[in-house]
Write a protein of this length. Structure first.
Length: 490
């Protein structure tokens, strides 16, 4: 057996395979863009077969660059979390489109359950809120509207993306790791098991669900990459990034800025409880024991820049945004609330709509682009306030993701949060976290703490902004968000 670690990182807009050596260095990489389908307003879908074919193609490409499967010790998989896949366990073929985490089609179901007073009980059992974001509400919608699912009977298999990939790689192993299971609204956070009351609430057949397993271990082998390779690490992308950022101590926090933005803070061995509409989730499960995290989720981050480029035509590429932001001294009174898929934490307004406010004849695209970039730090400040109110304030934040390769955003984050912000030199922390889990699962490292040796050095951004200027920007932002929510309520 070799010592290299192959990671399949199946994201929202692309699929990537990466090869890591045990010292954490990236030895090879291959990526393919993933098609997003928007069949109607608020609906976002993927083709599960495209997810699978891209994952297999990327993995084969990297195995080829590695010199063959004999050089690889184990596979780790990390994935977009709440996206849900439906397939036939006999044929192994999808029965319907995969419903993506950004999809809002189950808003009416959530509203109905809230009106019945179900949310407090759901939150107490799962650590989550009733929102279209989570897999359980998507499954409930699908079971109501897609008759082929009920018609499949015991042949129906349901799983998050890592579950789908393990099934395809192994030829029929149906498992999900505890981090992904904790995002479904179907798992009891304290026990780590599927909850019968929740399954009944959402109309989900237990027979269709996978078995919940650890985040590191021996999860079967695949023979599809030229030889037998064990699958030894599984985690949702945000938990994997938290591991890749080395947040192993209670209170350590990271923020990932990709398609969306997600901040997780290690909460230790006891499930946390939020009074400020944050989420409690499994951070990892090893040897049957769980570590937990408190989480704040922002639905639109990098996808906002994509929207500015593809839908509005304000920029030709994401690389232009830093220069445009630096070309003006401030935002010119312009604020952008990027609720293109509703507002996430701490607002949880699924039907809120995006707004750009403060426009005048003096406004140019530079101000709008700067306001879009500023919205990332401002949304993160909202999360910091909620974490602090829950007794989990951050003293520094570790950041990663494609957006924060932009130095202007990283500095703005430090300025608006008023704390140091650390950015790793090796930015692929999500894939790194999956590699660390796989290394632990196959025995290269005996603990996650030892696997911390795979992490890279960091660059630190210290706050520099004058406090009066910081407070003025926060006041403008908060007023704009309140207007967006008030407009939605009207």
């Amino acid at each position: 057996m070799g010592e290299m670690l192959l990671v399949i990182d199946e994201g929202t807009t692309s699929t990537r395979a990466m090869l890591f050596s045990p010292d954490g260095r990236v030895r090879a990489s291959h990526a393919i863009a993933l098609t997003q389908h928007y069949p109607a307003h608020g609906l976002v879908e993927h083709d599960a077969n495209e997810i699978w074919s891209h994952s297999l193609d990327c993995a084969l490409a990297v195995v080829g660059k590695a010199g063959g499967p004999e050089s690889i010790a184990a596979i780790g998989i990390t994935n977009q979390r709440e996206t849900i896949v439906f397939w036939d366990r006999t044929t192994g073929e999808p029965l319907a489109p995969a419903i993506v985490w950004q999809d809002r089609r189950s808003a009416a179901i959530c509203r109905r359950l809230k009106e019945r007073g179900e949310e407090p009980g759901v939150q107490a059992r799962t650590g989550l809120l009733l929102d279209p974001y989570f897999s359980g509400t998507k499954i409930a919608w699908a079971m109501e509207h897609w008759p082929q699912l009920k018609g499949a009977g015991d042949r129906l298999a349901i799983g998050t993306v890592e579950s789908w990939l393990v099934w395809k790689l192994t030829g029929g192993l149906h498992v999900t790791d505890a981090t992904n299971a904790s995002r479904t609204l179907l798992m009891a956070l304290g026990s780590g098991s599927w909850d019968d009351g929740l399954l009944d609430l959402f109309g989900v057949p237990r027979t269709a669900l996978p078995r919940i397993v650890d985040s590191a271990g021996q999860f079967g082998t695949t023979k599809l990459l030229g030889g037998e390779i064990p699958i030894c690490g599984l985690a949702g992308d945000q938990q994997a990034a938290t591991i890749g950022q080395g947040c192993f101590q209670r209170g350590e926090a990271k923020g990932t800025y990709g398609t969306g933005a997600f901040v997780l803070a290690n909460a230790g061995a006891t499930p946390p409880s939020s009074r400020n509409r944050l989420l409690a989730t499994v951070l990892w499960q090893l040897d049957g024991r769980r570590a937990y995290a408190l989480e704040g989720a922002v639905f639109v981050a990098g996808s906002l820049i994509q929207w500015l480029r593809d839908s509005l035509g304000l920029i030709g590429s994401a690389d232009e945004t830093e220069k445009l932001a630096r070309s003006v001294s401030d935002n010119g009174g312009v604020y952008c609330v990027p609720a293109l898929a509703g507002l996430g934490a701490p607002w949880w307004e699924p039907e809120a709509r995006a707004a750009i406010s403060g426009l005048s004849f003096a406004t140019g695209k530079r101000h709008i682009v700067r306001a879009a970039l500023e919205s990332q730090a401002l949304q993160t400040h909202d999360l910091k306030t909620a974490f602090a109110a829950d007794g989990a304030d951050w003293t520094r934040l570790r950041i990663d993701g494609g957006m924060v390769c932009n130095d202007w955003i990283a500095q703005d984050m430090a300025d608006m949060l008023g704390i140091p912000v650390d950015r790793p030199v090796m930015p692929e922390t999500t894939a790194l976290g999956a590699a660390m889990l796989a290394a632990r699962g196959c025995g290269i490292f005996t603990s996650l703490k030892n696997a911390d040796a795979m992490r890279s050095a960091v660059e630190t951004f210290e706050p520099k902004l004058d406090e009066d200027a910081r407070q003025a920007r926060l006041a403008g932002w908060q007023a704009t968000v309140k207007n967006v929510i008030a407009h939605r309520e009207r």
